[in-house]
Structure formats: structure tokens, C-alpha cells
Ligand binder design. Sequence first.
Ligand code: MTE
Length: 324
Amino acid sequence: MHFHRDRGFTHAKASEITPRVDYEGRREWLKLIGTGVAGAALAAWAQRDALAQAGKLPSVRSTVAGANVMDKPTSLVDAASYNNFYEFGTGKADPAQNAHTLKTRPWTVAVEGEVKKPKVYDIDELLKLSPLEDRVYRLRCVEGWSMVVPWVGYSLAELIRRAEPTGNAKFVQFVTLADPKQMPGLGSRSLDWPYVEGLRMDEAMHPLALLTFGLYGEVLPNQNGAPVRMVVPWKYGFKSAKSIVKIRFVDKQPPTSWEKAAANEYGFYSNVNPNVDHPRWSQATERRIGEDGIFAKKRPTLMFNGYEAQVGRLYAGMDLKKYY
Ligand code: MTE
């Protein structure tokens, strides 16, 4: 983002940056699932591609308002090979290449701070806390590209309610894993580790704020933030912290990684807003990943990424230029 000043935000197509065997093999795999012989194929496949070691995550279609956009979903290959996950490198292809070293079991998530019921969850307990839903969300990166992904998870509000926040809980902070043994990117000072993010309490309680365990009906590929991440669809993608280990309830607005790196460019709120430009580029339009041939038109970026009807009231009366 901030560090790609000279390169701008052009990018290679996923088919160029994904090894051909993965790309083709993936298609084979999806075909096999369709014909029911997936079980037999699984063992062979698992040795070939970490992606497919992923288990299925049964889910129901979400009935939350705004949770299923009609845009055509980005292909799984694109969503899992064009990533920002600086713990595994700053290049878009780096996470898919390097994140196989991330160990997602055992894994715990500590819910702590201003709550009556703090608890350290084992990831498999967290997974079963509430029925999993599938939700097709737009995700708009601050760099000017966007994706449409069928995520699997449940509203963060389900977890928050069980934790019983105290009256002092005004914000939620997300702390993510920072283990140099598993994450080669930590060797560089591209950001201050661990990657941290935050939401105001009412934002965190909004039903669209998704605690996410999977995409495309399967557990998250490591590069997409396994085993658990946030997806906050009305905010720029960097608000959606990956590989979370702590969810902390606090009384003051918590520091966030990109704000710490460049406060004049990345604010705490970071709501998608075509009318408030980034200091170095316009936010009025976006490029949809997968639609980036030479004839592809850029799309207009929508206020709150198209979720204004659902979330606009959270910001009534706020100056969104000041609180960018
Ligand atoms: N979470 C962590 N821990 N580290 C990161 O570098 N990058 C963010 C966000 N979450 C990031 C992160 C950014 S800039 C974006 S755009 C999204 O993850 C990308 O999510 P995706 O790769 O699943 O599309």
C-alpha cells in the first residue's frame, strides 16, 4: 500500500502468478466434488496442494440484510492468489507462495478486556459457537481494486454478546499472530508487528461485521487469514484483520497498524468513500479483480462500498472527511 509508491497499483493476473499446476489442478478438484468422487481423490490431492487440505465448511445462506450481493463472485483462484498479508511478504503473490508455513492448529483466540466473561477459545470451539452462514461480500482494497467473495462465518456480534461487554467497552481491538518462525515477512519492518486493527463497539456489533472461517464453502486458505479473520465489507480491506489471536475490549480508540504507519493516509474509520480521496490517489473508481483486461472499464466505487442502507446510520452527523 503505502510502500508501493513507485509501483503504483498495477498487478499481474492471477493466472500469471499462480503456478500452472495449482490452477489446473484446482479445476479438476472442483469437478471431482461435483461428481462425488472427491473422497478418493482427497488423499492424492492433499499431497499436491495445501489449498485442498482445507475441509468443507457446511453453512446456510445468510438472511442478514445486505449479506448477499448480486455481483459475480471473483474466482477462487484469484481470491486465493492475489493477497495482502504482509506477514508473508509485501508482494501480491507472496502470501500464496509463503503462507504454507502458518500452523492453524492448535490455535486459540483470547476474548479479553472490558468483558464480564473473558475466555480463551480453542479455534474449533469458536467455529461451533454459532451456525455458519455464507455471505457474498464486496471487499474494496484502499489501493483501488476490489473482489467479491463468498465468505463463511457468523456475525461477530454473536461472540460479543456471549462475552458480555462492560459499560467501559467502547472499542474492540483485533490482535493477530506475529510469529517470526511461521511468518517470514516479520523479518522486514514493513509494518509494526503484530498487525492490529479495531472497530467502534457499534460497528463491531453490526450484523454485517463477519467473523470469518472460510470462503467458497471451505476453510480459509492460509493466505486469506486462516484460521479466523474479520471481514468488514463497508470498510477498506485493511480493516479486515487476518489470523486473529486476541479480541480485546477497550475504553479508548485503539491504535491500528496502518494508522501507525501513515496516519495522514489511513484513518481509524477507513469507511469506503468515493468522495474522500487518498492523499496520493482518487478513491472514486476501482478495478474488479478478474475484469482487468485492456478493455475492462473501471467501476465506480460506492459509498460505504454499497452498504450505505445498512450501515449509514452508524455515521449520522459525523464529518467523514475528518474521520476518514
Ligand atoms: N491482516 C494481517 N494480519 N496482515 C495484513 O497484511 N492486510 C489487509 C487485510 N488483513 C493484512 C490483513 C489488507 S491491506 C487487505 S486488502 C485484506 O487483508 C486482503 O484480504 P484478502 O487477501 O483475503 O483479499
